[in-house]
Design a protein around this ligand. Structure first.
Ligand SMILES: Cc1ncc(COP(=O)(O)O)c(C=O)c1O
Length: 486
């Protein structure tokens, strides 16, 4: 008989080492949060520098955990641009919060498998409750069921899958989906993954306010129906990534109701504005959607990753995903005992709900409401600052935290010159490492886009950012113009 017991590795630290490592990790996190506003927002290093810093052979033997932690803090996190920095105004920031970060650590520590009720009744119940809180904030009916996902992309993908499954079943070759050209690229990707062909996708030009044109939508649906195609889904935006534009959700809901179409609202970023009274008014009609994406890792201040899909007729979500293989039959006992693996594409799932649940409880939702309100006000404050200087042209007014503008020097200038100028301003602000901002293109114009959703951003930081942008605008108008004239 072979020897069955021998000394072997159990991949554990002793208690004291574990505690010390844990305390050191928490200390690093606290130091990080405290020093964030004073940190320059680092520039990304190039690949050769990082190869030199981090490429190493497979570590076969143990290393001191504190040294490994130090490497992680210095060399790994030291080479990130912090999206939770108070002067990160690009893309969609991730302002996050410290309680949720600790909750993530706790969830990983207990390693709760959140796919089945059997293995995880407590976490599953917390997910039911927390998803329902989001439903209430958005105002969807009680039939709504939802699930936490890795983010908005997977929530959007899942929504289109549910819509197609419900409306078309397997006869999906003639199904048509509609959305505006301002819709997030995750929808284009979802459509590609789901295998929809070009003739099944209508990417309609947005109107002058960057919203889906309901007239154009109606025209497209009518002519597709007349051609024998099967319109099945409209993606409406509640806060486009470019401008924060909210489509006319009431009108789209009416149209979808009349035409028998699934209405999905991509509110990955903007649906959180429902917490604020003003945001709620803007989002009117969202509660009528068949499904809604909302990303708590954006404007609900959660660390990555947590997105959420809400589906008005909850049974449709489950119908679209549920499969019960023989090895999981024991766990498929009763509909009350929710198995979250029936609600999405993940079987093994972490306990994402914990961070939202803990932070809502620890801070109270009123604090979140206030933080969202401050985001809306910050962009309006930027608008006021820009309006005080005639050289700044507002391209899209402040809307749920986003504003787009450009610097227009005095005198006659070409549109090409203006585009180059905005890029130079942004590149040089980035090089100063004071703030992170980005450009975008709106109707062929390069513009500077600011998104301000970090509750820790101060008035002084906003003023200083606009002052720096203005100085760069003045400086480059002169130098670039001189180059053009030469
Ligand atoms: C409107 C919108 N939808 C979807 C997404 C994709 O979300 P995620 O990055 O969480 O997958 C984003 C991301 O910025 C977004 O702004």
């Amino acid at each position: 008989m072979n020897e069955v017991s021998r000394p072997h590795a159990t991949l554990e630290l002793n208690r004291e080492q574990l505690r010390q490592l844990g305390y050191s990790i928490i200390d690093e996190m606290v130091k990080h949060y405290d020093s964030l506003p004073d940190q320059l927002i680092g520039m990304t290093k190039d690949r050769p520098s990082l190869e030199a810093l981090l490429r190493e052979p497979l570590p076969l033997t143990p290393q001191d955990p504190h040294e490994v932690l130090e490497r992680a803090v210095q060399d790994v996190f030291g080479n990130t641009i912090k999206s939770q920095h108070t002067r990160f105004f690009a893309f969609v920031p991730g302002p996050s919060n410290s309680v949720s970060a600790l909750a993530d650590m706790l969830a990983a520590g207990f390693n709760a498998f959140s796919g089945s009720w059997y293995e995880s009744s407590g976490p599953s119940m917390v997910e039911l409750v927390t998803v329902d809180w989001l439903r209430q904030l958005i105002g969807m009916p009680e039939t709504t069921v939802g699930t936490f996902t890795s983010g908005g992309s997977v929530a959007n993908l899942s929504a289109i899958h549910v819509a197609r499954h419900h409306h078309l079943g397997i006869n999906d070759q003639d199904g048509v989906i509609y959305y505006s050209d301002q819709t997030h690229s995750s929808i284009d990707r979802a459509v590609r993954i789901l295998g929809l062909r070009n003739h099944q996708v209508r990417r309609l030009p947005s109107d002058s306010r960057y919203r889906l044109s309901v007239d154009m939508l109606y025209g497209a649906v009518t002519s597709d129906k007349a051609a024998g195609l099967k319109p099945f889904c409209v993606i409406a935006n509640a806060g486009t990534t470019n401008t924060g534009a909210v489509d006319d959700l009431e009108a789209i809901a009416d149209l979808c109701q009349e035409e028998g179409l699934w209405m999905h609202v991509d509110g990955a970023y903007g649906a959180s504005a429902a917490l604020s009274e003003r945001g709620k008014a803007l989002l009117k009609g969202i509660e009528r959607a068949d499904s809604v994406t909302i990303d708590p890792h954006k404007w609900l201040f959660q660390p990555y990753e947590i997105g959420c899909l809400l589906v008005k007729e909850g049974t449709l979500l489950r119908d679209a995903f549920r499969l019960v293989p023989e090895y999981l039959k024991d766990m498929d006992k009763s509909d009350d005992m929710v198995n979250y693996w029936d609600y999405g594409l993940q079987l093994t799932r972490g306990f994402r709900a914990l961070k939202l649940w803990m932070s809502f409880k620890v801070f109270g939702v009123e604090a979140f409401r206030d933080a969202v309100d401050w985001g809306i006000e910050q962009a309006e404050f930027v608008q006021q600052l820009l309006e005080a200087n005639p050289r700044w042209e507002i391209i899209t007014a402040a809307q749920i935290g986003i504003i787009n503008f450009r610097y227009v020097p005095e005198g006659l200038v070409t549109s090409e010159f203006l585009n180059t100028l905005q890029q130079r301003i942004v590149d040089d602000l980035l090089a100063s490492e004071y703030a992170v901002i980005a450009t975008t293109i709106l109707k062929k114009r390069k513009v500077i886009r600011l998104i301000l959703i970090n509750p820790r951003t101060t008035v002084e930081e906003i003023q200083a950012t606009i002052e720096r942008l203005t100085q760069l605008g003045e400086q480059y108008s002169v130098t670039l113009q001189a180059t053009v004239t030469e």
